[in-house]
Design a protein around this ligand. Structure first.
Ligand code: HAM
Length: 402
């Protein structure tokens, strides 16, 4: 994926390295004590000083903690950061759902909450997927408003009373959620509940004027950027820190675990963690699922072969081969230099197996004539070059193919 990360740099994001574990308290406050992630899925341990630490189930909380701890509010705002690494959740493992999985995420902290920010972060995400060769991804978007009686809180109250009326028709999980977190009922995938959920009130009809204006503007901004989206009023997300924009991306070939990315706006999270009032928005891609979907569509990248395999024979040729490897690597080519002499036939077989583009053949003749043989492995074509011409030739080939 390293090459694809360049997309983030083109949008002005820098990398942040985050710790694998943090205090349990951080996740409980940020993600929410009632959420499945915190209440059931965290790997938590008691440290020697009897404080509780947890393997990170996600990284947004850590980025916010780092923002506060390192005084990033005094940098130019907004601060744009991306990260990649393992996360841990104690879930029932199945295809696309693991206890240790990998996320690639990005967060924008500080500055404004202008809808252009929401749209640009989504545009970046879709550009990243495009660069990876992911096909058939669908972007779903929603607004869950903000936590006030005239907005989301009013909606949740309405939703709860509508749910009370149909509670006996719901399964045990949803029945419990009617009391603990009614919004999460909308997440249910249970076939028997779908018809009931379809009759529940929609949040769009309960958004306050400001949240509604923001949501409409995000959609318009996506259109301006040519990003296709579908609205999904049931997209509420499973973490407590979200407000306003929420989004998820699904990809084909994944079965029931088909979300390859989730994200949204979380103004107020930094403040909740003890920092100044700060706007925030971000996403995390499930890297395992992304790779699965690419594999299913036959798009997974085979490990990249070498540019040049150096097939050498003889002591003098080895010295020339070492020099050639050094110059080629300096020019940015990937080079395989076998440490032991191999017969040419065997060396060329090895070059093939490694998926090399070229074999540079260096034997006694080549060294005494100062003319090196370059074999293009896909065609079998062989050409002789002087040492400087060889580098020029390869550099030209590279610039025409990229
Ligand atoms: P999330 O929706 O919990 O959001 O996770 C994001 C993505 O991680 C999911 O869409 C999925 O692809 C992947 N994922 C989650 N759990 C697993 C698992 N057990 N096995 C494999 N993949 C999994 C977050 O984590 C938020 N921190 C995203 C965010 C960043 N929101 C704002 N900024």
């Amino acid at each position: 994926m390293a090459n694809e990360y360049k997309v983030f740099a083109t949008f002005g994001f820098g990398e942040i390295r985050l710790p694998i574990f943090e205090s349990t308290e951080l996740f409980a406050r940020a993600v929410g004590g009632e959420t499945d992630i915190v209440s059931k899925e965290m790997y938590s341990f008691e440290d020697r000083d009897e404080t509780s630490i947890s393997l990170r189930p996600e990284a947004t909380a850590s980025v916010c903690r780092a923002y506060i701890e390192h005084g990033m509010q005094s940098l130019a705002q907004p601060v744009k950061l991306f990260y990649a690494g393992p996360m841990f959740r104690r879930e029932r493992p199945q295809k696309g759902r693991y206890r240790q999985f990998y996320q690639i995420g990005a967060e924008i902290l500080g500055g404004t909450d202008a809808p252009g920010i929401d749209a640009e972060v989504i545009e970046m995400l879709m550009t990243f997927f495009d660069k990876c060769g992911l096909e058939g991804a669908t972007l779903y978007i929603n607004s869950i408003g903000h936590n006030a009686p005239e907005c989301r809180r009013g909606y949740v109250a309405d939703l709860k009373s509508a749910l009370e009326k149909v509670k006996d028709k719901l399964g045990p999980d949803s029945q419990r959620r009617v009391d603990t977190n009614p919004l999460r009922v909308l997440d249910s995938k249970l076939e028997s509940e779908q018809a009931i959920i379809a009759t529940l009130p929609h949040i769009a009809d309960h958004l306050c004027d400001e949240c509604k204006t923001h949501y409409d503007a995000v959609n318009r901004q996506l259109e301006v950027r040519g990003v296709l989206y579908r609205e999904n009023w049931r997209l509420v997300r499973g973490l407590d820190y979200y407000m306003r924009t929420t989004f998820e991306i699904t990809a084909p070939g994944l079965g029931s675990q088909n979300a390859v990315c989730g994200g949204g706006r979380y103004d107020g999270l930094v403040e909740l963690l003890g920092g100044p009032p700060t706007k925030g928005i971000g996403f995390a891609i499930g890297e395992d699922r992304l790779l699965l979907s690419l594999q299913e569509s036959g798009k997974s990248q085979a490990p990249k072969g070498r540019d040049v395999y150096i097939a050498w024979m003889g002591e003098r040729a080895y010295a020339a081969a070492i020099r050639a490897a050094k110059d080629l690597r300096k020019a940015g080519f990937s080079v395989e230099l076998p440490p032991l002499e191999l017969k040419f036939g065997k060396a060329l077989g090895q070059a093939d197996k490694l998926g090399a583009t070229y074999a540079l053949i260096l034997g006694d003749n080549e060294v005494s004539e100062a003319l090196w043989t370059l074999k293009t492995l896909s065609t079998g074509e062989q050409t002789k070059f002087t040492e400087p011409d060889l580098l020029d030739y390869l550099a030209k080939q590279r610039s025409t193919s990229s």
